[in-house]
Ligand binder design. Structure first.
Ligand SMILES: [Zn+2]
Length: 197
């Protein structure tokens, strides 16, 4: 335990995902010794992300405007919607350059043990969107783990009666992992080889 502000910083850093107590301590002491200009830049970046970044009204992706860059792009195919868990998954799929449609970000996956049901995700928004837009294919690109599979199965049950082509990414993705951890080539192939469910 350190005194006041240093311990406060370690505690705050330790609350970040993937940062254990040791890393939190290392980052805190790094910042303590860092050039004040570097710390100011970090501080401003944090402030800007909270002040200037919102979630897209249509797809739920992070955006600097009420609708995101992808939803505003008229060249993107509106008939194909790729459903992902998090904004970082949009980035991972964009990197493969395999997909020219639009996205829908759920904001997580079904996880009853943690109290995350359909109402905690952007499921209603997805169904409304599909009812209102000219969507013909929905690609369920949730993570290849238990929660992701359960979410895809749940969504397929709702979407199938709507007469859409429902596909799931091909196998070959590391099972149990996050979509973002797959390399671009593997993810690109999984996209190309997507199968109907
Ligand atoms: Zn959007």
């Amino acid at each position: 335990m350190y005194e006041g502000p240093v311990q406060d910083l370690i505690d705050e850093l330790g609350r970040l995902p993937g940062v254990g107590p040791k890393s939190a301590q290392r980052i805190a002491f790094h910042l303590l010794g860092a050039d004040p200009a570097d710390v100011t830049r970090l501080q401003q970046a944090l402030q800007k992300v909270k002040d200037g970044v919102v979630f897209c009204d249509i797809c739920g992706n992070v955006s600097e405007q009420p609708t995101c860059r992808i939803c505003r792009d008229a060249r993107r195919d509106p008939s194909s919607v790729c459903v992902v868990e998090e904004p970082k998954d949009v980035l991972a799929i964009e990197k493969t350059r395999e997909f020219k449609g639009r996205y829908h970000v759920l904001g997580g996956a079904l996880d009853p043990l943690s109290g995350i049901g359909p109402d905690q995700l952007r499921v209603r928004e997805l169904l409304q969107r599909i009812g209102a837009e000219e969507v013909t294919e929905v690609i369920l690109a949730t993570d290849p783990n238990l929660e992701g599979e359960a979410t895809a199965t749940y969504l397929a049950r709702w979407l199938k009666p709507m007469g859409l082509r429902i596909t799931r990414l091909a196998s070959g993705l590391p099972v149990g992992g996050d979509l973002e951890y797959a390399d671009e080539i593997t993810l690109g192939r999984a996209f190309e080889g997507r199968r109907a469910v």
